[in-house]
Design a protein. Structure first.
Length: 278
């Protein structure tokens, strides 16, 4: 009697992934894995390589080196996806269900509130309505792995909260979810782990708490003068602040106010990602 193989714990495994556009290397040896029932966030400033990474994982873009292992059926929601302007949501659901060879997943519809756009054509939908429809299409067939590129873009606060609840329900069912986002509140609420891309390289992998701990001790110091404001990031607040004050004194610039803040998760992310360098 053949022994039944245990299902691998990881749903996605990426090793040394490299991708270039001409002479420009966009992904530089990216490696990570995502477990079943885990939400993994990929963060980075514009041009960091987030969308290219997702497209390589989804099979939409070829890569030069590395391996990508996908352990299950996939659902994909692309950031710049578009449908013909004349198609209706109901028609799109039927069409995608036929492509996937499955019945339409009705459970995804109440959470995404598609009934209010049922009679409209795709070209008549708002940005938020289009996002909701694209997510519903990605959920057809109850995929084991879900790729979401900026899933909450264009949604109002109420719709975003409902979407987040739907995503967390999918996690409870064991769905592995890889998403990109610029919303740090969304990342903190949804993601079990996050990875930060900078210029094609992963410079951080871990939880939001670990990200904050990595920059522990670094303060955001705003120095206000008549000439304006300057923001500096300091690890040793005493010595570095005294040195900054001496620098202003030598220049004959009078300081009007000093504000010290340990910073938010978003600021830590921007610092690591390269927009603000401590």
């Amino acid at each position: 009697m053949m022994e039944k193989k245990e299902k691998r714990r990881e749903a996605v495994k990426v090793e040394n992934l490299k991708k270039s556009y001409g002479d420009r290397q966009v992904l530089k040896g990216v490696s990570f894995q995502v477990g079943r029932g885990e939400i993994f966030g990929v963060l980075g400033v514009n041009g960091a390589g987030k969308t290219t990474l997702l497209e390589c994982l989804e099979g939409f873009r070829r890569y030069e080196e590395g391996t990508v292992w996908i352990g299950g059926t996939c659902g994909v929601q692309l950031q710049n996806a578009a449908l013909p302007a004349y198609i209706r949501p109901e028609e799109a659901m039927k069409l995608f269900s036929g492509w996937k060879g499955t019945k339409r997943d009705r459970q995804s519809r109440p959470a995404l509130e598609l009934e209010d756009i049922r009679g409209k054509r795709y070209g008549q939908l708002s940005t938020g309505q289009k996002r909701r429809l694209q997510l519903a299409l990605a959920l057809i067939g109850s995929p084991e792995i879900l790729f979401l590129d900026e899933p909450a873009a264009g949604l109002d606060v109420e719709a975003r909260q409902k979407l987040h609840r739907a995503i967390l329900e999918l996690k409870k069912e064991g769905t592995a979810i890889i998403l990109t986002s610029h919303d740090m509140g969304e990342v903190e609420q949804l993601c079990d782990r996050i990875a930060i891309l900078r210029e094609g390289s992963l410079i951080f992998q871990g939880t939001a708490k670990e990200l904050a701990a990595r920059t522990d001790g670094r303060c955001r110091v705003k120095i206000v003068t008549k000439e304006g404001e300057e923001v500096r990031f300091m690890r040793e607040i005493g010595e570095e602040l005294l040195a900054a004050l001496e620098e202003y004194k030598r220049k004959g610039i009078r300081i009007q106010d000093i504000q010290v803040d340990r910073g938010t998760l978003e600021e830590h992310f921007l610092s690591l990602a390269g927009e603000v360098r401590p």
